[in-house]
Ligand binder design. Structure first.
Ligand SMILES: Cc1ncc(COP(=O)(O)O)c(C=O)c1O
Length: 394
């Protein structure tokens, strides 16, 4: 019988593991080490000259057998020509931006990006003489009007951190590519289970693997996945800076990858159930979940994504900061903390930062990460705390 093409669940199980060797372990062994030694100087020199080629064993900062397995698995999932691991999601973002910027260059950044992306642009890149211009993430093809000869890259997110607008990825990517400008998308929320931005015309996908990909809140890691035009250059930049993933983190990320699809399916289902329920409560003014029509860019999500993550926000009817604090503190099954994408549910009030526009929603924004607990337990927890907030004014 002809072998069918592997589906994403098959890839998650089969890739990133040793080839068939009798009596092998199911998993890649935990690889710890720095120096690698060679039998001859000639063999050493061959490895040194090929050190930027993935798979070359030279020195652990350039990768070892386990990191190459993980990079290859991720490249297959993203449909990327090259993947380079980084020590965190922030490192993936900042090293990619550093790779493309030049003093005096113009950088376009979506107004809804993750706070640390904005902070890096406004501090480090500004000090390097880069002109950072924030744009409305819902501008679509109109981004063309903002592109200049000096524009070095377009950085955006889908959906936006904290506020969940879903931009028109193909329109923004196409306008940038037509002008010869690389587009960079933070694809952490979707993971390749729900969206493959490179197939939509994006040049570089950056992601935090500390979130869903590793999935257990026990690992810090990032990844840069790109087309062949940028893969080697980006790898050289990461290596030049000396950023490095630890062996234990690689082991944990490979382990997390195996269950990514079933975890994403659960948080999609549970997230939509809880978000839908929250959206019907009298304290909620607006639901910001890409799978719901109330979220800006919902049509883009429906066109370009195959599912949703379990991270979303709601705007509560105007109330005091103290009321929001009391609500958050009253939740027993939602931890209060940054990050998301682990097995545990989280809650956090969000204060959106804007430069190109202004955040006009009237009311308090609170973000929820739905984990793997019983959905009924989480709804009961929310139901008990919601009376601490105001309902719609008469
Ligand atoms: C959208 C997004 N990208 C990147 C990051 C950074 O990832 P890390 O915490 O692995 O540095 C985060 C972290 O919260 C995030 O929300």
């Amino acid at each position: 019988m002809a072998k069918s093409a592997p589906g994403i669940a098959d890839q998650l199980v089969q890739s990133g593991r040793p080839d068939r060797i009798e009596g092998r372990h199911v998993n890649m062994p935990l690889e710890l080490g720095s120096t690698m030694v060679f039998d001859t100087l000639a063999a050493f020199e061959t490895a040194r000259d090929a050190r930027y080629t993935p798979g070359t064993l030279y020195y652990a900062r350039y990768g070892n057998a386990a990191t190459f397995q993980l990079e290859t698995a991720l490249a297959g999932l993203e449909g990327a020509d090259g993947v380079t691991l980084t020590s965190s999601g922030v490192a993936a973002i900042t090293l990619t931006l550093m790779h493309f910027v030049r003093p005096g260059a113009h950088l376009l950044v979506a107004d809804h990006v993750y706070g640390n992306t904005r902070a890096f642009c406004d501090t480090v890149l500004a000090r390097m003489g880069v002109e950072v211009e924030y744009f409305d993430p819902m501008c679509g093809a109109d981004i063309a009007a903002l592109l200049r000869d000096s524009t070095c890259a377009v950085m955006f997110e889908a959906p936006g951190s904290g506020t969940f607008e879903v931009p028109d990825i193909p329109a923004i990517a196409a306008a940038a590519r037509a002008a010869g400008v690389p587009s960079i998308l933070d694809g952490t929320w979707a993971t390749p289970i729900n969206c493959r931005p490179l197939s939509l015309g994006v040049d570089v996908v950056v992601a935090s693997l500390s979130k869903y990909l590793s999935g257990h809140s026990d690992c810090m890691m990032g990844m840069i996945a790109s087309t062949s035009d940028h893969a080697t250059g980006l790898r050289k930049t990461v290596m030049a800076v000396g950023d490095k993933t630890g062996g234990q983190e690689v082991f944990l990320a490979l382990r997390g990858l195996r269950t990514l699809k079933i975890r994403m399916e659960h948080v999609d289902r549970a997230g939509r159930e809880i978000a839908g329920w929250l959206g019907r409560q009298p304290q909620v003014r607006r639901l910001l979940h890409p799978a719901f029509a109330s979220c800006p860019g919902h049509d883009h999500w429906a066109r370009d994504f195959t599912g949703a993550a379990g991270l979303f926000a709601v705007v509560f009817h105007p109330c005091s900061d103290d009321q929001v604090r009391a609500f958050v503190d009253a939740l027993h099954h939602f931890g209060i903390g940054v990050s998301w994408g682990g097995y545990e549910s989280l809650v956090l009030p969000v204060k959106p930062q804007r430069s190109a526009g202004t955040w006009t929603e009237d009311g308090q924004l609170v973000r929820f990460n739905i984990g793997l607990e019983e959905t009924g337990t989480l709804i009961a927890d929310l139901a008990a705390a919601l009376p601490l907030l105001n309902t719609a004014p008469e």
